[in-house]
Design a protein around this ligand. Structure first.
Ligand code: SAM
Length: 287
């Protein structure tokens, strides 16, 4: 299907606009935290992202193009839930507090934790939300889960019956190390209880349009620096679809042409009978 020129141009301007807003927050962060820039560049980057995301996060979470899809997914989360990369909790309002017992929030940027907990309280989750300073990749997530007492710290295996009823990721796995995506999803699968669901809403590589692909490839040279490590060439959809051990898999593209990012949402259910073929209790947690 031919893409109208205006639609194409608009979609190419969007990332440039975001880049310029992030760039504007660099001097502001530098002025308020000059020492951090020198003493700990990675902490400075987290602070810079927090300053930027506090403004942009709520606007993104209200975006009409995404809100219904995210609502459809997050309203399914139930009982013991793990969210990967929840940011400042701008999507928390989609959860149904009555069906959630506890919500563990694995957010590596500790500067966002205050707002995250504030949003959890504002949206009726009260004390049910627990912030963990961790990324989604196994080397970061598993030690945090051990520290929180969610998986045994003394053995190198994960609990055979999983830990969580639902695991959620909304636009965060694009920021997790892409080379470890398969290992990350394998751990997600192993951490789910039988019948538990992995729900994600992520943007992935646009591989259906060569002009857009080239444009995204070009932008991706600088994009992660200004967007907290986010990549435009995510492949979470292909990783999930290429992996066994799911009872049900549903990956849906939200729109036909989406420019620099293609948004996909998915629910996948971990099946009990597949346990032996999946990563189950054979996952080594000594990371
Ligand atoms: C674009 S923001 C999305 C935040 C939130 N999910 C939302 O939709 O409002 C990306 C989030 O992923 C987090 N992140 C960065 N590295 C990550 C990693 N390795 N694993 C999981 N999340 C990560 C960032 O700190 C940030 O909060």
């Amino acid at each position: 299907m031919a893409v109208p020129l205006l639609v194409r141009l608009q979609s190419y301007l969007d990332p440039l606009l975001l880049l310029s807003i992030s760039i504007a927050y660099f001097p502001l962060t530098l002025l308020s935290h000059p020492l951090l820039f020198v003493t700990s560049p990675s902490t400075f980057r987290s602070k810079w992202f927090e300053n930027f995301w506090r403004i942009i996060g709520p606007k993104m979470a209200a975006s009409e193009a995404q809100v219904n899809h995210i609502e459809e997914l997050l309203s399914r989360a139930n009982r013991k839930v793990l969210e990967l990369g929840p940011g400042a909790g701008d999507q928390m309002y989609h959860y149904k507090p009555a069906q959630i017992e506890v919500l563990y929030c694995a957010e590596p940027n500790a500067f966002l934790h205050g707002k995250l907990i504030e949003n959890a309280e504002k949206h009726g989750l009260g004390k049910k939300a627990v912030a963990l300073e961790a990324g989604a990749q196994p080397g970061s997530l598993l030690p945090a889960l051990k520290k929180a007492g969610l998986i045994p710290s003394t053995t190198s295996s994960l609990p055979e019956n999983g830990v969580f009823d639902t695991i959620v990721a909304v636009k965060s796995l694009c920021s997790a190390p892409q080379k470890q995506l398969a290992a990350t999803v394998a751990i997600v699968q192993a951490l789910l209880k039988p019948g538990g669901e992995f729900l994600f809403f992520e943007h992935v590589e646009n591989n259906g349009d060569s002009i857009t692909m080239s444009y995204a490839w070009l932008v991706d040279w600088i994009w992660p620096v200004f967007m907290g490590g986010c990549r435009l060439d995510g492949k979470i959809d292909r990783v999930v679809l290429g992996m066994g051990g799911w009872d049900e898999r549903k990956v849906t593209t939200t729109d036909e042409f989406q420019g620099h990012e293609v948004r996909k949402h998915s629910s996948t259910i971990r099946a009990f009978p597949c346990r032996q073929q999946s990563w189950g209790n054979s996952v080594n947690t000594d990371i």
